[in-house]
Design a protein around this ligand. Structure first.
Ligand code: ADP
Ligand code: MG
Length: 645
């Protein structure tokens, strides 16, 4: 190491720029924040090539006076605070006075501005931190800032930039966040000549949410509000139906500033505990208002995090606000599933018939690929076919059977079951103490017993609407119905996909699907992979994506839902770069979505078909997520437990 020396200002600025300006979206964020601080009622943002070639932010705010122009692009020069005490009363979004200086250091910047009482406008260019002269120009009241060739003089930063679509998506997300916090401000965002957002001013945050995320989201929001002393919380949280695989649609604003906060995020997910399945995330738009001295905004380089004076109290307030609201709301989201009456008890035959039909319809909807093609495969002919090559037909079985079985449905075979329990004393045969954990997850040996002659009909009963209990040659198997079905569907889909692109079916009317900008970018980036899976998509302006075709195998799943299913792995943080890996993950998602769920009552025919299909499955003892699908109690274990040996 050499002697210590003071760094030249331009190096200092570049270091600051490195912290504040990471990508085009960070510059857009800073410029839009400045426009809001200037009291603008309209802010127009234009970007070219994801914001790398150009960012232009036009506002109708108070403007910058001629003799302030130079200070505006000087670091640590600000009109927003004067002394250290002010740091605890920050009313504006900016306060450090380093954004413009940072951006000017790493781009070709042009500021053009005019104040209400200025005789004309003035403009000034700064190239890589080197200021040009201030010259008069014609301009409306307000400020236009243009940022061209971002990172032209910091090639390393430039190399870190992602694809144009991805950078544009980040910009759109940044604008959306600020627009959500300020519904009364008119925002537009153009990428080239393509309109991404046109957001007219609205009174209510709900209307802004609707114009950004569509009715799919806004119709399923629950309004929340509470007040605890000086702290106000209001906003909207998603109905449990409206969940996501990540936290990207959780927005938190403190005094008009979009922030992230782990603790409050935790309160949010706590409030949803038990309402969402594991791994799903709620959607939320939460606005917190509190006196400025209760929050320290000066803790994060890009001001995306803050520190609360009393974080614990805030956590409690948010949690109880949501919990109280949920307690008084009707959150019953399940598609009501008709109870199938016990045929022996029911007297009204017509009623039973109708219920059966509804269950079958419901099952078709819930497990969409269960009822694809119209092939006239007879149930008997394929029962037990060990290596079903036609996956669509194979999964078709339960419904076909259910339909052909009609009302002549017999209740699960309790009789056969109790016969095998010779002692007949009704004692609980499955004491967990008897369980040897090494047996957990053993393959379903009973299903590939290699018998000669017609396959033995496996018998099983469903308990708690989620587990199937079956007799096997070796003993007794407890099966997780969702895990097994998911595995079966996944194997079938994968086998198909390995043979080549999944057969696709052109949509008569291509379906536009509104996505978030980041989702749209991810989907379009993966267009080729999706087309391998039978789903062709193309851009459709803004963050809308057009679905042109869908896989035949998934003929019953609405195209928009299919796209969302595929998006989950595409948007996952931990996604690997590999194409095969990605396809696999998408297949997993599809299988998971289409499989019967825990809680679904299955007909005997469906149970039988499920067990039969597991024969053709390579690895039926684990679901694609790695959870075991079956638990085996061997005859030996049972005998030992009941002291027969
Ligand atoms: P900060 O926002 O933290 O003050 P900036 O570097 O972003 O720092 O801006 C420096 C100063 O330039 C601001 O304090 C403000 O006075 C002025 N300024 C920047 N952008 C605008 C704008 N769009 N309209 C009016 N004034 C602006
Ligand atoms: Mg600023």
């Amino acid at each position: 190491m050499g002697r210590i020396h003071r760094l030249p200002q331009s190096v200092v600025n570049k270091i600051a720029a490195g912290e504040v300006i990471e990508r085009p979206a960070s510059a857009v964020k800073e410029l839009v924040e400045n426009a809001i601080d200037a009291g603008a009622s309209r802010i127009d943002v234009v970007i070219e090539r994801g914001g790398v070639d150009l960012i232009r932010v036009i506002d109708n705010g108070c403007g910058i006076a001629e003799d302030d122009l130079e200070a505006a692009v000087t670091s640590h020069a600000t009109s927003k605070i004067a002394d250290a005490e002010d740091l605890f009363h920050v009313q504006t979004l900016g306060f450090r006075g380093e954004a413009l200086a940072s951006i000017a250091e790493v781009s070709r910047l042009l500021v053009r501005s005019r104040t209400a009482d200025g005789e004309s406008g003035y403009e000034m260019a700064v190239q890589g931190g080197v200021r040009g002269p201030i010259v008069p120009c014609s301009a409306p009241v307000g400020t236009t800032v243009e940022v061209a060739d971002l990172f032209f003089n910091t090639p390393v930063r430039r190399r870190f930039l992602r694809s144009t679509a991805t950078e544009a998506a980040h910009v759109a997300e940044a604008v959306a966040k600020i627009a959500l916090a300020h519904p009364r401000i008119h925002f537009t965002l153009y990428h080239g000549d393509k309109a991404v957002y046109a957001l007219p001013p609205v009174e209510r945050a709900a209307d802004r949410i609707a114009s950004l995320y569509g009715r799919e989201v806004s119709d399923r929001l629950i309004e929340v509000a509470s007040e605890d002393g000086p702290i106000k919380i209001h906003g909207f949280v998603g109905h449990p139906q409206l969940s996501r695989s990540n936290t990207r649609q959780q927005f938190l604003f403190v005094n008009g500033r979009p922030i992230r906060d782990r603790s409050l995020q935790h309160a949010l997910s706590e409030a949803y505990r038990g309402l969402l399945t594991v791994g799903r995330q709620p959607v939320a738009f939460l606005y917190l208002e509190m006196p400025t001295d209760m929050v320290d905004v000066n803790v994060h380089p890009t001001k995306q995090e803050v520190r609360f004076l009393d974080g614990g109290r805030l956590y409690g307030q948010l949690l109880s606000t949501l919990r109280t609201r949920f307690l008084t709301s009707d959150l019953n989201t399940r598609v009501p599933m008709p109870e199938v009456a016990d045929p022996h008890e029911a007297h009204d035959r017509e009623k039973i018939l109708e219920m059966r039909r509804r269950v079958v319809d419901w099952a078709k909807g819930a497990a969409p690929w269960l009822a694809t093609g119209e092939s006239s495969l007879s149930a008997g002919a394929s029962l037990g076919r060990p290596n079903a090559t036609d996956a669509a037909d194979a999964v078709d079985l339960p419904i076909k059977e259910a339909i052909s079985a009609g009302v002549e449905r017999t209740p699960p075979d309790f009789e056969a079951w109790s016969r095998s329990d010779e002692s007949g004393d009704g004692a609980e045969p499955f004491s967990s103490e008897a369980l040897d954990v090494s047996e957990v997850g053993r393959p379903l040996g009973f299903l590939d017993g290699g018998q000669v002659g017609p396959p033995r009909q496996p018998k099983a009963i469903q308990v708690h609407n989620r587990y199937l209990i079956a007799e096997s040659d070796e003993g007794v198997v407890v099966i997780d119905q969702h895990a097994l079905h998911e595995r079966i569907l996944y194997e079938q889909l994968r086998r198909r996909a390995e043979e080549g692109p999944l057969e696709s079916q052109q949509l008569l009317v291509p379906e536009p699907v509104d996505l978030s900008p980041a989702e749209a970018a991810a989907a379009l980036d993966a267009a080729e992979i999706l087309s391998q899976l039978g789903m062709r998509i193309e851009p459709f302006g803004g963050s809308t994506v057009l679905v042109l075709s869908r896989p035949v195998m998934l003929g019953r799943v609405p195209p928009s839902e299919l796209l969302h299913i595929a998006l989950e792995p595409l948007m996952a943080k931990d996604r690997g770069p590999g194409r095969a890996d990605l396809m696999d993950k998408i297949l997993h998602s599809m299988a998971c979505r289409a499989a019967v769920k825990a809680g679904d009552r299955l007909t005997e025919e469906e149970i039988t078909a499920l067990l039969e299909q597991s024969r053709g499955v390579l690895d039926s003892h684990h679901c694609p997520h790695g959870r075991p699908t079956a638990l085996i109690f061997s005859r030996e274990q049972l005998d030992k437990h009941f002291k027969r040996v």
